[in-house]
Each structure stands twice: as structure tokens, then as C-alpha cells.
Design a protein around this ligand. Structure first.
Ligand code: AP5
Length: 216
């Protein structure tokens, strides 16, 4: 399986599609957002450091997130990594290239999920996730079949994120345009970028991503 990056603003659908790729193809999701949220609740020094930054919608330092990826990025067993929410700055992209090189792996595709800002408020403020298995839901577009119970694992621990507010979203979008969107040009210039329509239905987005993965 290829190693890929899912690139796009908050609410573009990166986590949703990464989970589908894990289920459908056995790929491995590496979400720096999930890693940082786990650190936040762990009571560690790093958790305290990142909590306020994340809740305000700002980016955590490159040093911290590169360290997290470095810990997880083993030599790979052919299942293929999905980088979800990483890299988010040019420094992180350069660090990823070095780490892949060092572990003898290649980055095979960067998939940009294109969406309009207008849909993001509704997507973000309606989102909830399962605290047990990480399944992603939405109040209107993807509610659980039974209210309050995760479809996948049956847990009743359904949560909303502290940074899923309209105010924090404004900061998150600004961070995206200032620091992350330059990666679109960076990967385009390297010949690795493919863009898909992130506004399409979830299944159509999955099909578009599958085409990129299957083109070899
Ligand atoms: P992170 O957790 O990475 O959040 P994000 O990038 O803001 O992305 P989201 O998780 O909000 O959205 P998504 O694209 O995954 O959308 P989803 O599939 O859930 O980062 C959080 C914070 O951590 C950052 O702000 C920063 O502080 C820190 N951080 C993380 N990585 C970092 C890094 N590398 N460097 C520095 N700091 C870092 O979908 C959203 C909703 O829409 C869901 O409800 C879903 O059901 C719905 N939906 C999805 N697809 C569709 C569709 N096609 N049609 C209709 N609805 C859809």
C-alpha cells in the first residue's frame, strides 16, 4: 500500500476518509491531532503545553509534532501510512521527507481535499466522535443510527471537541491559509499532488481517493 498525505482545512473530511482507508484497506492512520488530544488528557508536561494552544485553534510547535511522528514512524510493514493533519508547515514537510528517507520509505501521493470555507462551519459545529473507537459523526449528515450510541463499537462515550467552535474555527482556518496551504504548491512542484472534490458525498470522495491509490 502507498504512503499518503491527506491535506485540507479543518473539516475537509481528512479524518473521515482516513478511518475508511483503515477499515477498507488496512492502512495505518497517523493523525497528529489525535496524538495531541491523547497527550492533552494524559496529564503530562506536553499535554499541559499543548492544551491551550489547541483550544485556541493555533498550531502546536513543529518540534513537538515532528517528535510525535518520529516516535510512530517505524520502517513500515507494507500496510501504508495515511498522514492525517501532518505535515502542516514547510518545516514539517521537510522533516517528513528526511524521516521517510531515514526509514527507507517513499511518500507516494499527497491528496488535497478541496472544500469551500462556507461549508466548514456547519461541518465542524455539527461534528461528534466516539471517545472509544474514534468513529466520526455529524448531527445532520451522519448521525449515529441509535441516538447516543456509537454504530461501530456500541460505546456511549460520544464527544465534541473543545476547538469545534465558530471562534476557534476562524483561527484554525487562518492558521491553515498562512502556514499549511503553501504545502499545496510545495507538493505540486514535486509532482506528488492530486486534488479531489471534498464537497462531494462521502462515498464519492472515497472513490476519488481510491482512484489515486489504485493508479499505482
Ligand atoms: P486536527 O485534529 O488535525 O484537526 P483539523 O485539521 O482541524 O481537522 P479536523 O479533524 O477538524 O477535520 P477533518 O478534515 O479530519 O474532518 P472530519 O473528517 O472530522 O488538529 C487539531 C489541532 O491539533 C490543530 O488545530 C492544532 O492545534 C493541533 N495540530 C494537529 N496537527 C498538527 C500539526 N501537524 N502541527 C501543528 N499543530 C497540529 O469531518 C468533519 C465533519 O464533517 C464530520 O462531522 C464529518 O462527519 C463531516 N463530513 C466529512 N466528510 C463529509 C462529506 N464529504 N460530506 C458531508 N459531511 C462530511
Amino acid at each position: 500500500m502507498p504512503n499518503i498525505i491527506l491535506l485540507g482545512p479543518p473539516g475537509a473530511g481528512k479524518g473521515t476518509q482516513a478511518k475508511r482507508l483503515e477499515d477498507d484497506r488496512g492502512m495505518v492512520q497517523l493523525s497528529t491531532g489525535d496524538m495531541l488530544r491523547a497527550a492533552k488528557t494524559s496529564g503530562t508536561e506536553m499535554g499541559r503545553l499543548v492544551a491551550n494552544v489547541m483550544d485556541r485553534g493555533q498550531l502546536v510547535t513543529d518540534e513537538i509534532v515532528i517528535g510525535l511522528i518520529e516516535e510512530r514512524l517505524t520502517a513500515g510493514d507494507g500496510r501504508g501510512f495515511i498522514f492525517d493533519g501532518f505535515p502542516r508547515t514547510l518545516a514539517q514537510a521537510d522533516a517528513l521527507a528526511r524521516l521517510m528517507d531515514r526509514t527507507g520509505q517513499t511518500l507516494d501521493a499527497v491528496i488535497e481535499m478541496r472544500v469551500d470555507d462556507e461549508v466548514l462551519v456547519a461541518r465542524i459545529t455539527g461534528r461528534y466522535t466516539c471517545g472509544n473507537c474514534g468513529a466520526v459523526y455529524h448531527d445532520t449528515t451522519k448521525p449515529t443510527a441509535k441516538a447516543g450510541v456509537c454504530d461501530v463499537c456500541g460505546s456511549t462515550d460520544l464527544r465534541r471537541r473543545g476547538d469545534d467552535t465558530e471562534d476557534a474555527l476562524k483561527t484554525r482556518l487562518m492558521e491553515y491559509y498562512k502556514k499549511t496551504s503553501p504545502l499545496i504548491g510545495y507538493y505540486y512542484a514535486k509532482g506528488q499532488l492530486t486534488s479531489v472534490d471534498g464537497l462531494a458525498e462521502m462515498d464519492a470522495v472515497s472513490s476519488a481517493i481510491a482512484k489515486v491509490l489504485d493508479r499505482g
